[in-house]
Design a binder for this molecule. Structure first.
Ligand code: SF4
Ligand code: SF4
Length: 334
């Protein structure tokens, strides 16, 4: 294992329209001691990094102690957050324990506040970013790319560059969780090609910035010609990333969280280490229902049938493949 991804809570102070976990209300949560045990077992399995996510991890009052535990055990860590609760007190321990933060921002002020359902969300995140810059704490700004914010990313990024931000990470909208109700936010391959051009223009203008954008929809005619693009079929096949839900359920991927068919076990019934060592890629492949369209498709050897989390429909076909003429690859970079 390389990285353990830990969902610390389902609680959230925001109500983002596209949230793939449908976060908000409190679900069962692991105690600090249980989380620490999983961290140690992950280290024994080879993990060197911990990714904390939620819900909103800063709603846990013991977050500081959990981060301290990682630091004392020589594990690097990052926290995915809406940054609403980051203040000058928290910045002290974030710096001490060498935290790295992934700050979620969806677009300029009005758009961000509307999509998150919280007035003042943008203002608070902006203030937190300035604090992180002042205290030299590493971070990047993460934007979930949707149909309605592709053209808003550039003004957002330019605004952030003007205050000293230089790292950006783009993820994709998933029609999962609350996103199920927002089918209209799906980005086609053509939308993502447009985004790629926007990013190229941005990077020419600001060559010192780093923008991470993983291509996940590719035109069939470019599949073999485009040798530079690294395309990943489903990453659970490499068994390098572990995922633990806030109630102790273990999964092979973010997007499969709370999908009972792919649950590997629960740490209240068996140790995390035992669960992780027991599962095999072959077992998971059997659980995966490959669409009859994929069996007959000449691109199967490239995409391996796309993302299983996106194939929860009657045809068992990755919904991007139904909606688009592009070959679908893994939409996340763990
Ligand atoms: S293809 Fe889907 S299920 Fe597989 S690793 Fe990527 S996001 Fe997860
Ligand atoms: S997901 Fe689409 S492109 Fe990939 S094998 Fe299945 S039908 Fe073909």
């Amino acid at each position: 294992m390389k990285i353990i991804h830990l969902c610390l809570t389902n609680r959230c102070n925001f109500l983002c329209q596209h949230c793939y976990l449908d976060a908000g209300k409190k679900l069962d949560e692991l105690h600090k001691e249980e989380i620490e045990k999983v961290i140690i077992e992950s280290k024994e399995l080879g993990a060197t990094h911990v990714h904390f996510f939620g819900g909103e991890p800063f709603l846990r009052t013991d977050l500081e102690e959990i981060c301290k535990f990682c630091h004392e055990n020589n594990l690097t860590f990052d926290i995915a957050t809406n940054a609403y609760n980051i203040d000058s007190k928290k910045v002290i321990w974030l710096k001490e324990f060498r935290a790295y933060l992934d700050i979620n921002l969806l677009g300029p002020k009005d758009f961000h506040d509307r999509m998150t359902g919280v007035n003042g969300a943008f203002k608070k995140a902006f203030k937190a970013i300035k604090l992180l810059i002042k205290h030299k704490i590493g971070f990047e700004v993460v934007t979930c790319i949707m149909k309605n914010n592709i053209d808003l990313w550039l003004p957002l990024a330019e605004n952030l560059v003007s205050i000293g931000v230089n790292r950006f990470f783009l993820t994709y909208f998933s029609k999962i969780g609350r996103g199920k109700k927002r089918y209209d936010l799906f980005c086609t391959g053509r939308d993502l090609e447009r985004l790629e051009k926007i990013i190229q223009t941005f990077q020419k203008k600001y060559p010192k910035t780093i923008v991470t954008f993983e291509k996940c929809l590719v035109r069939p005619d470019l599949l073999q010609k485009d040798k530079k693009t690294k395309l990943s079929p489903c990453l659970f096949f490499n068994k390098k990333y572990g995922f633990l839900d806030c109630n102790g359920d273990v999964y092979p991927c973010f997007l499969l969280l709370r999908n009972k068919r792919f649950k590997l076990g629960n740490i209240h019934k068996s140790s995390f280490k035992k669960i992780w060592l027991k599962w095999t890629v072959e077992q998971l492949q059997k659980k995966r229902k490959i669409s009859k369209h994929c069996f007959a498709c000449k691109y199967y050897k490239y995409c391996l049938g796309g993302c299983p989390a996106y194939a929860q429909n009657k045809q068992n076909l990755d919904y991007r493949c139904i909606l688009d003429n592009y070959i679908p690859f893994c939409p996340v970079k763990c």
